[in-house]
Design a protein around this ligand. Structure first.
Ligand SMILES: Nc1nc2c(ncn2[C@@H]2O[C@H](COP(=O)(O)OP(=O)(O)OP(=O)(O)O)[C@@H](O)[C@H]2O)c(=O)[nH]1
Ligand SMILES: [Mg+2]
Length: 370
């Protein structure tokens, strides 16, 4: 006879059935309570932002008033594929004041918090050490050689801002992670987990979807300037991972002699702000800035970020967001695995990952696996 039947033995026979039912229900409730979701730790990438451990993250968008329709298209897609589930805020930045129309027609697209900021002349302007006459001559020279954006002054301010300043804007002070967005890009796949939580929980610092080769005419002295920095600041370099543990071989194919032009396409970035806010990166950026290459050449933020991250981070701190289908200026990353066909609206045949001569993804894959 079991202990349970023994205990029932003390109860009058006519009440035993009721006692049995009451005991069973109590046991059931007790069991349900101990396994209730409230008591369990949340699933790793829960669909709602965690109230107990939120990730301090935002979208950051540098954009002009004239790009209103393009940025509306981007936001509609990011809301549909990701942010209507996670509600991360948007930070809009501009070298000009945003118009009322821009503000009204962007904030209506989301229920998330939005903020709008204007850049000051330190973040968007010539530093005192730049010879603006020489810079103008260099722009003409590059234009005559047909270098993309070679003649553009604002493009250079943009690249310098994205390289050295966006993460120091006061509207980003409350955040640890960002997702960079641009007007007129495409997002093709449903993202049903919190990418920022993924970054944080896995100690990832830099996430990308596409890699590209750079026009070397835009960065002729960038690599040598980085090399100069490394030899002048050994106390900074000693904080960085070894060549083997870093991603350095992604950006150089001759053991550091020259830049191989590979970079992460920075129009899409999901990354940790502390990477750029670190003293090491700020020292490197200031050194690059003082050399004048943002204005006398046309250094892009993509090669600057990529070279810095490749040297400063461990390989395992990078993440390839294969599951985020993305298009920028006609180039698409479309996940090819059949499991994505129900989640994505892109054609896997358009996938750029292995585009010969243009994509550096094969280089990334080889270095990551080495
Ligand atoms: N406010 C402002 N934003 C700018 C300016 N120039 C570029 N941007 C923004 O900076 C980002 C990068 O500029 P793009 O012109 O797209 O540069 P890109 O991606 O290298 O070039 P494309 O291949 O033409 O797209 C985009 O979000 C632009 O909206 C500018 O002069 N003012
Ligand atoms: Mg662009």
């Amino acid at each position: 006879m079991s202990r349970f039947t023994l205990e029932l033995g003390f109860i009058k026979p006519q009440y035993r059935l009721w006692a049995l039912i009451a005991t069973t229900v109590s046991l059931l409730l007790l069991t349900m309570h101990s396994f209730s979701p409230m008591k369990m730790s949340p699933p790793p990438y829960a669909k709602t932002p965690s109230v107990y451990d939120p990730v301090r993250a935002c979208f950051v968008i540098l954009v002009r008033n004239s790009e209103l329709e393009g940025i509306r298209s981007t936001i509609l897609q990011i809301e549909q594929t990701f942010n209507s589930k996670f509600h991360y805020p948007y930070v809009f930045l501009n070298d000009d004041y945003f118009t009322d129309e821009f503000i009204e027609r962007t904030k209506i697209l989301t229920t998330s918090p939005v903020s709008y900021g204007k850049l000051d002349s330190q973040m968007w302007g010539y530093p005192s050490f730049i010879n603006t006459t020489y810079a103008a001559e260099q722009r003409e020279d590059m234009a005559s050689k047909g270098v993309p954006y070679g003649s553009s002054e604002s493009y250079r301010h943009m690249c310098r801002f994205q390289s050295g300043f966006f993460f120091r804007h006061r509207l980003l002070d409350d955040y640890d992670y960002y997702w960079r967005l641009e007007p007129d890009v495409g997002f093709h796949c449903d993202i049903d987990y919190d990418v920022f939580r993924f970054m944080r929980d896995n100690d990832k610092k830099y996430g990308f979807t596409m890699t590209f080769t750079e026009y070397m005419d835009t960065v002729p002295t960038l690599w040598n300037t980085v090399k100069e920095f490394k030899s002048r600041y050994p106390e900074v370099v000693k904080n960085w991972p070894s060549k083997k543990d870093s991603l350095e071989q992604f950006v150089t194919s001759d053991d550091g002699e020259t830049y191989n032009s590979c970079h992460f396409w920075s129009n899409f970035e999901i990354a940790a702000l502390d990477l750029w806010r670190s003293n090491d990166y700020l020292k490197l950026f200031n050194y690059l800035d003082r050399s004048g290459g943002f204005f006398y050449e046309r250094w892009g933020d993509a090669p600057v970020h990529s070279i810095a991250a490749a040297m400063m981070l461990r390989k395992d701190q990078f993440h390839f967001f294969n599951d985020i289908g993305y298009t920028h200026t006609g180039y698409t990353h479309c996940p090819v695995d059949p499991s994505f066909r129900d989640k994505c609206n892109c054609n896997p045949e358009t996938n750029f990952d292995y585009d010969p001569g243009l994509s550096c993804y094969p280089v990334y894959k080889r270095v990551i696996q080495s």
